[in-house]
Write a protein that binds this ligand. Structure first.
Ligand code: GLA
Length: 380
C-alpha cells in the first residue's frame, strides 16, 4: 500500500509526501452498544488499514483527495473548515479532525496536500471512517510538529465523529484503531476511558461475512438507540446504564416502559458478558468465549433489536457449522457484517457453504473476508 500511496500522491500533486500514517479497521469482538453507555467493550484491530499521505503546501489551502472518491476538495486553511456534502462527504472525517484540534489544545496544520488510500472495505462494519480519522490525525500532528498522547488522539477523533460528522458514537472504533496490537484484543473501559490489551488465544481465526445490506435509516436508528438508552438510564435514576446492574434492571421491570426495559437489559447483561469473555480468554477458553459471542448476538436480536433477518441467518448457519466458536453481528447493526470466531480447521470450503446458503435464501452473495489481527495506528 505504501508504494501505491506514494505513486498516487506523486501523480496527483507532482511531488513526494512528507508524512505517511496508517490506521487499521476494527472488529467489535463483544460489547454491542455498551461504549456510549459507559460500559466495557472488546475490539480487535485487523490487518487492513487506511493510509494517509500529506505534504505542506505554500498556499493557505487544504487540498484533500482519496483514491476511493473522484476529485480533489480544496478548503481555505484559515478558519474552521465547513462541513462537506454530496460526493465530498468522505472529507468530513479528516476535516472533522482539523475542526477538533483546538478543543484539545492543538494547532491546526497550515496548508497541505492530502491523499488517502485503503485496503479496508468501507460499509462492511469495519470502521473505515474511524481509521481515516486516526490516520489523518497522526499525519496532521506530525506535519505540524506536534505530539499528543494516544488517548488524546483517540478522543480527538471521536470528537470529530460526534461533533463534526454528527454521529453520537462511543469510543470503541477510534480506541481500537488507536490502541490495537497484533495477536491481542483491545479492552476498553469506556468510562475514563481506559485502554488495555488482552492476549488472543493462538487458535482463534476471524471471518467476516458482509451482507452489503444497510438499513436506509441506519444513522437515525443508531441515534434512536442512543436516546432510548439515555432515557432508560434516567428512568432508572443513574447517569449511564453502566451504573445499573442486571439485578437492578430486572427489579425495575414494572417501572420502565417495555422498550426501555429491553434496551437497558441488553446493555447491562452485555457488559457482564464482556467481563466474562475477558476471563474466558485469559483462561484460553475459546469455547466459553464463543458461547458468549453468540449470546451477545441473540441479545442484539431480541432485546436491542438492531439485527436483521440477513444477519440472523448468517449467525444461525455459522453456529451450526463445525469449528465455529461463536458468531455475532459486529458494530452498530441494522445491516452490515457478521463476525465468526473459528478454529484453524474452519476453511474456505466451509465459508463458501455458508455464503451459498445465504445466496439461496436472499439471492445475493455476502462478501467473505478472512481477517487477522494487526497493529494499531502509527506513522509509517
Ligand atoms: C458503532 C459505533 C461504536 C459502537 C458500535 C456498537 O460501531 O461507532 O461506537 O457504539 O456501533 O457497539
Amino acid at each position: 500500500m505504501k508504494e501505491q500511496l506514494i505513486a498516487s500522491f506523486r501523480a496527483r500533486y507532482g511531488r513526494d509526501p512528507a508524512v505517511i500514517a496508517r490506521a487499521p479497521g476494527r472488529l467489535e469482538f463483544i460489547g454491542n452498544h455498551t461504549d456510549y453507555n459507559g460500559g466495557t467493550v472488546l475490539g480487535v484491530s485487523i490487518d487492513r488499514s487506511v493510509w494517509v499521505a500529506v505534504a505542506p503546501r505554500a498556499e493557505a489551502e487544504w487540498r484533500l483527495g482519496s483514491e476511493t472518491h473522484a476529485g480533489t476538495i480544496t478548503v481555505p486553511a484559515a478558519d474552521a473548515p465547513a462541513k462537506q456534502s454530496g460526493a465530498a462527504r468522505w472529507a468530513n472525517y479528516p476535516l472533522g479532525v482539523i475542526a477538533a484540534l483546538p478543543k484539545f489544545g492543538l494547532r491546526r496544520p497550515a496548508g497541505f496536500d492530502f491523499l488517502a488510500v485503503s485496503d479496508l472495505p468501507s460499509g462492511a462494519g469495519l470502521s473505515s471512517s474511524a481509521a481515516l480519522e486516526l490516520a489523518s490525525a497522526l499525519a496532521f500532528l506530525a506535519l505540524s510538529g506536534q505530539q499528543a498522547p494516544r488517548e488524546t488522539v483517540v478522543q480527538l477523533c471521536r470528537s470529530a465523529e460526534n461533533n463534526f460528522v454528527g454521529v453520537p458514537c462511543g469510543v470503541l472504533d477510534q480506541g481500537v484503531s488507536g490502541f490495537g496490537r497484533e495477536h491481542h484484543l483491545v479492552f476498553i473501559d469506556c468510562r475514563g476511558p481506559k485502554f488495555a490489551t488482552v492476549p488472543l488465544p493462538e487458535a482463534a481465526r476471524f471471518w467476516v461475512f458482509n451482507t452489503h445490506t444497510k438499513h436506509a435509516l441506519v444513522d437515525g436508528l443508531y441515534a434512536a438507540r442512543h436516546r432510548e438508552c439515555m432515557a432508560a438510564a434516567k428512568a432508572l435514576g443513574v447517569a449511564l446504564l453502566a451504573d445499573a446492574t442486571p439485578a437492578s434492571v430486572l427489579a425495575a421491570r414494572d417501572r420502565l416502559p417495555p422498550l426501555e426495559f429491553k434496551r437497558a437489559r441488553h446493555v447491562v447483561e452485555e457488559i457482564a458478558r464482556v467481563d466474562a469473555t475477558v476471563l474466558a480468554l485469559r483462561a484460553g477458553d475459546l469455547v466459553a468465549a464463543g458461547k458468549l459471542l453468540t449470546a451477545s448476538h441473540r441479545s442484539s436480536q431480541t432485546l436491542f433489536e438492531n439485527s436483521t433477518p440477513e444477519l440472523d441467518f448468517l449467525v444461525d448457519q455459522l453456529v451450526s457449522a463445525p469449528h465455529v466458536f461463536g458468531a455475532r453481528l459486529s458494530g452498530g447493526g441494522f445491516g452490515g457484517a457478521v463476525m465468526a470466531v473459528t478454529s484453524p480447521e474452519f476453511m474456505d470450503a466451509q465459508a463458501t457453504a455458508v455464503a451459498d446458503a445465504y445466496a439461496r435464501r436472499f439471492g445475493s452473495r455476502p462478501e467473505v473476508l478472512r481477517a487477522q489481527t494487526g497493529d494499531g495506528a502509527g506513522l509509517v
